[in-house]
Design a protein around this ligand. Structure first.
Ligand code: F6P
Length: 324
């Protein structure tokens, strides 16, 4: 490999800059030219490509967002778009691509591979919803941001003796909700993977807890379930307890990455470049059982994952409602 292109695609995630920085510096150290592709696959199709030196990635490891910008690119799902993207790579001499993003971005990378461009995926998403890996860049920062926000909502919720529904991100996955549910000691955790919740039961719990003197009732709701505002109205009407919904939204995607996100993202960025240099083709980097690993991109995309039963059971067991 002579020239590596790096892009970020899909929703941004804190730690992406650490991965970009690592890819650039590892590539340069190994004698490879590194180019940054702006705005994901969209920018690739429009030939928005810059040279990257070691200095260009200075002072980026601590920054949230992505210095390369990002986009969700519908055109990459068309054969025409895929051909165009591969042509631009070839025109720029890019013979290896590092794609930092989620499953959708890996699907784009896989299509580029079919067009003859070797691509390596790095899992970058706050949702933790990539099956081949136990770690995705940005989850740790996002879940810490959400945890701190929920602590704050809880202060005011207690003062006003309210019930609070806090909606966290995660698309169709409930990992942020599960982790916050445990970390914030939520009374209820609603996950899309466990869509068996009984609103009547929650209402009974709220009334019962209030009777026992509990001042707040925190419900962490995953965005994959959603409808937090209407849920709050129904709960308030049924319990007579003031209920507010707080949707944390995009604040969960921003901010300076945690130490874990900086370190894991750095290693994954370098690992992806090492794969390209060693001649491996069409891989996805992952973290499993304490090791950095890589999988064939097609195999990675075919894997599935869901919320670990035991973690969910313990989350419920530790909540006030169910702990008696
Ligand atoms: O995939 C990351 C994520 O933040 C999801 O949690 C959320 O569903 C989605 O992206 C929001 O996307 P957008 O930024 O396009 O509104």
């Amino acid at each position: 490999v002579h020239t590596i292109g790096v892009l970020t695609s899909g929703g941004d995630a804190p730690g992406m800059n650490a991965a970009i920085r690592a890819a650039v510096r590892r590539g340069l150290q190994k004698g490879v030219t590194v180019k940054g592709i702006l705005k994901g696959f969209d920018g690739l199709m429009n030939d928005e490509i810059i040279d990257l030196s070691a200095k260009d990635v200075s002072d980026t490891i601590e920054r949230g967002g992505t210095i390369l910008y990002t986009a969700r690119c519908a055109e990459m799902r068309t054969l025409e778009g895929q051909k165009r993207a591969a042509e631009v790579c070839k025109k720029n001499g890019i013979d290896g691509l590092v794609v930092i993003g989620g499953d959708g971005s890996f699907a784009g990378a896989q299509k580029l591979a079919e067009q003859g461009i070797n691509a390596i995926g790095i899992p970058g998403t706050i949702d933790l919803d990539i099956a081949c890996t136990e770690y995705t860049i940005g989850f740790d920062t996002a879940v810490n941001t959400a945890m701190e926000a929920i602590d704050k909502v809880r202060d005011t919720s207690t003062s006003h003796e309210r019930c609070s529904i806090i909606e966290v991100m995660g698309r169709n996955a409930g990992y942020i909700a599960l982790w916050c549910g445990i970390a914030n000691g939520a009374e209820d955790i609603l996950l899309p993977e466990k869509y068996d919740y009984d609103e009547q039961k929650i209402i009974e719990n709220i009334i019962e807890n209030r009777r026992k003197g509990k001042k707040h009732h925190i419900i962490v709701n995953a965005e994959g379930i959603g409808h937090s505002t209407s849920m709050a109205r129904r709960i308030e009407a049924a319990t007579g307890i003031e209920t507010r919904a707080t949707i944390l939204g995009h604040m969960q995607r921003g901010g300076s990455p945690t130490c874990k996100d900086r370190v894991y993202a750095s290693i994954m960025g370098a690992y992806a470049v090492d794969l390209l240099i060693s001649g491996k083709t069409n891989r996805v980097v992952g973290y499993k059982n304490g090791e950095y690993v890589d999988f064939d991109i097609n195999e990675a995309l075919a894997m599935t994952k869901t919320i670990p039963e035991y973690q969910y059971e313990i989350a419920r067991a530790l909540s006030y409602n169910y702990s008696k």
